[in-house]
Design a protein around this ligand. Structure first.
Ligand code: SF4
Length: 216
């Protein structure tokens, strides 16, 4: 075996596949990302950053320890939330797994844990979608549903961010149909610029700006 063969194997494992979208299954983490970034992840050479690995590993380590402590009917660890959407006669499913859903004092609390030094706006949108999906599943009113990001920094500090942001059902419907159509028709989406671009590993290849422009 040559080193080149090993590189090819590693590349395969780094690939972030979004084929599920064209089969009508869309994850909440896909719903809230820039569609062009998803496209790059799916079609182009993958870029898996150290930060992505780190977050993934820490997450697995924490939740393996938390699972035995799940108290059913009070705290759910990574519950599956499903939201069906009709798109041009096709039944699409938006699926989310928030880290923790807890019920107490008449409130439903959705908590997303992020091992990160920086909290990007996408995380707030992610929790906003989880809030809507969770209150649908557990039959809670909007005013009784709360969302939080629990940030764990590299030096172990825990910071809590309350998520006031909300999304409506129309937005989920519109976004899910839009993504489904891009992937189903194999059509490259346009760039969706925003603060999130600063953390996008594809910004050097993105058509919205050159790398030099992002660096300014
Ligand atoms: S740089 Fe911004 S607009 Fe371009 S792919 Fe990345 S997130 Fe999307």
């Amino acid at each position: 075996m040559h080193v080149e063969d090993i590189v090819e194997i590693i590349k395969k494992h780094l690939h972030i596949n979004h084929e599920n979208i064209k089969w009508g299954i869309i994850g909440v983490t896909e719903l809230i990302k820039c569609p062009l970034r998803l496209w790059f992840e799916d079609k182009e050479q993958p870029i898996m950053t150290r930060q992505m690995y780190y977050g993934d590993l820490c997450h697995k380590a924490l939740f393996t320890r938390l699972h035995p402590f799940t108290l059913s009917h009070i705290m759910y660890i990574e519950p599956e939330l499903v939201y069906p959407v009709w798109c041009n006669g096709k039944n699409i499913h938006v699926i989310g797994r928030p880290d923790i859903v807890a019920i107490g004092n008449g409130k439903l609390k959705v908590i997303e844990v992020k091992f990160a030094n920086v909290i990007v706006p996408e995380y707030f949108k992610q929790v906003a979608v989880y809030k809507l999906l969770a209150r649908n599943k557990y039959w809670f009113k909007k005013e009784d549903t709360e969302g939080y990001i629990m940030q764990i920094t590299d030096d172990g500090e825990i910071r809590i961010h309350k998520v006031e942001e909300e999304v409506d059902e129309e937005w989920i419907w519109y976004r899910a149909c839009q993504l489904y159509e891009y992937f189903e028709k194999n059509e490259q989406p346009p760039p969706e610029k925003g603060d999130h671009c600063k953390y996008c590993p594809y910004r050097g290849r993105c058509t919205s700006k050159t790398l030099d422009e992002w660096e300014k």
